[in-house]
Design a protein around this ligand. Sequence first.
Ligand code: 5CA
Ligand code: ZN
Length: 413
Amino acid sequence: MRAWTGPEIPTLPAVGPPVALHDTASGEKVVTTPEGPARLYVCGITPYDATHLGHANTYIAFDLLNRAWRTAGHDVRFVQNVTDVDDPLLERATKVGVDWVELAERETELFRQDMQALRVLPPAAFVGAVESIPLVIELIQRLQAAGAVYQVEQDLYFSVSADPAFGDESGYDRETMLRFFGERGGDPDRAGKKDPLDCVVWRGERPDEPAWDSPFGRGRPGWHIECAAIALEHLGAATMDVQAGGSDLIFPHHEMCAGHAQVATGAPYARAYAHAGMVGYDGEKMSKSRGNLVFVSALRNSDIDPMAIRLALLRHHYRDDWEWTDEILWSAVDDVDRWRRAFALGAGAAAEPVVSEVLSALADDLDAPRATSAIDRWVDATLGGEGRLADNSDPDAAATLLLVVDAALGLSF
Ligand code: 5CA
Ligand code: ZN
């Protein structure tokens, strides 16, 4: 499907350092070493409701990775899916009496507009589950050939025991896996499965559910196989550099995707797995099912500058769990105003040390709070008048920093 229109990325006067990232699988910070283009897969939305600040936080986090790689001189191949057929979407459509296709198209379009307003760089391939059904069928056939698929009534299941590396991505013990599997769309109690953790790859047709023809009978894809199939096809290599998403996708989603792909290709799915923390509101994780949501589009409709939304999110480290409050937003609105006033002066305190601080903060596990604090200090020094003193004033400071803030942090003023 169509992605959104991305901003032009300015060329920087400096090259950024190699990018280090916390890897969920090893539990360590690893330096990424892309060969050819840096390959990034960021799991996309399930489009049954508008983009909330939790989603935006996750997408902005990995937009920083995309930008840090580009700053370090890499080409980036970024792919994202849209889960445009799945249980939560079908349930919502039935509940509100809308056609599920219309609901998915409408919310996907709103997501595009939100991402564009927040200046998130678009993926090279933005791919729906429905349009990928032929890829899913092909991947299931590869898994069948490897003896990793079996049938329970009209459904096909993946045997997690087929992947010797199963469990390496999350590192969770079996009890934790069983709990999350039950809570996050799995069916540990279904009778007839070989292992309670085995997940569905093809769900046979049910009354009143959409279904497509396949060699396994009419039905629809399982959630995990959809991402594995899209990633393998559109990233152009068996092993990607980084598989990313929110921390609620560590298990089962990313473990199962890795399992499917690894059995099919015999190669590791990803060199690193990166996960963003959860944004909460009113004491709980912001989620569509709980309904405690702050929508990006609602803030935009009430004339909040998208750059203030982006800055409010960048003030938190992407791996932290944190709570959204109105104060966070209003303080970002004030900061944007201060930054704008400082940039408007043209000359200012010396830019060069700020540039290297921003680039090294972002290359060190995407430390946006450290990067934005460096800009704050420059803004304070510049508005305080220091920058206008003849002997230490940098006449091009604002122009230089505007380039860096744009290219590396995705903020434009
Ligand atoms: N379509 C699947 C992925 S294939 C999915 O999880 N969709 S989603 O719409 O539920 O979430 C989209 C992304 O936002 C995921 O990476 C998810 O981890 C992240 N996300 C969801 N809620 C929050 C939250 N409260 N805070 C941070 N990230 C969140
Ligand atoms: Zn996914």
